[in-house]
Design a protein around this ligand. Structure first.
Ligand code: CDP
Length: 229
């Protein structure tokens, strides 16, 4: 059976990565968390006090950024490495989330990340989640999903994750961050977050991860049958 490309785009914290990981496991595909790349670049910029208001500084900094997903057999997941260091956990912190949308809106950053993402999809057999995967990275993808969920539900889910790591995080901090990122991501000039015309909308406010997985697998199977791929 021929491999396909599955893209999952959508707002912050609406369960894209949960679905993407489960789909990749089901089809034995590679899962790529494109947001982890933007988060790792942001971490590098913050740590190295890069002034990202100038193109020169951004280009110079990107020349020193090496990103790699490495499989962690203990946790059975692939994890983001920045210049050889495992940064999978630190990139999830709110300090990075506070700046990531600003950094991800930069032209040179997008070119850098999109080129890497496209090369990862050359063999197909990939599930990639993000904001512009179905519109810009793989506009020819066979299956495109666009996920959404009520803001309160999304904030609650992300708060639970973050407070487990840092008890000083408040619900208000998380809500402000999600709203700010969604706004910047949807309004930036280059590759703003939007549903691809041919994407299927999946609102998971009231459905469980199992139900959404079942729906996505069914849709992918149907597509594979119809297109013989
Ligand atoms: O997990 P969550 O949905 O909150 O965010 P993420 O997927 O880790 O992405 C973090 C940020 O990276 C987003 O808010 C966007 O600013 C940026 N991003 C992007 O611009 N394009 C992508 N394809 C993926 C992420």
């Amino acid at each position: 059976m021929r491999n396909i490309i599955i893209t999952i785009d959508g707002y912050s914290s609406c369960g894209k990565s949960t679905l993407a990981k489960a789909l990749a496991r089901h089809f034995n595909y590679v899962y790529i968390d494109s947001g982890a790349m933007y988060r790792a670049i942001t971490l590098y910029f913050l740590r190295n006090h890069i002034d990202w208001s100038t193109d020169e500084a951004v280009q110079e900094a990107l020349a020193n950024v090496q990103l790699e997903f490495k499989f962690n057999p203990e946790r059975q997941q692939s994890e983001m490495h920045l210049n050889g260091e495992n940064v999978e956990y630190v990139i999830r912190d709110l300090v990075v989330a506070e700046k990531v949308s600003e950094v991800a809106a930069l032209k040179w950053v997008r070119e850098f990340a999109v080129a890497a993402q496209r090369s990862m999809g050359q063999q197909k057999g990939i599930v990639m989640d993000g904001r512009d995967i179905g519109t810009t990275v793989f506009p020819e993808a066979e299956l495109k999903l666009f996920m959404t969920a009520d803001t309160a539900v999304r904030v609650g889910r992300r708060f639970k994750e973050l407070v487990a790591k840092d008890p000083s995080v408040t619900l208000e901090d998380v809500m402000a961050n999600l709203e700010m990122r969604d706004y910047i991501d949807s309004h930036r000039d280059i590759s703003p977050l939007r549903k691809a015309d041919d994407a299927i909308v999946l609102d998971n406010t009231n459905i469980s991860p199992e139900e959404q997985l079942e729906f996505a697998i069914g849709t992918a199977q149907q597509l594979k049958l119809n297109t013989n791929c």
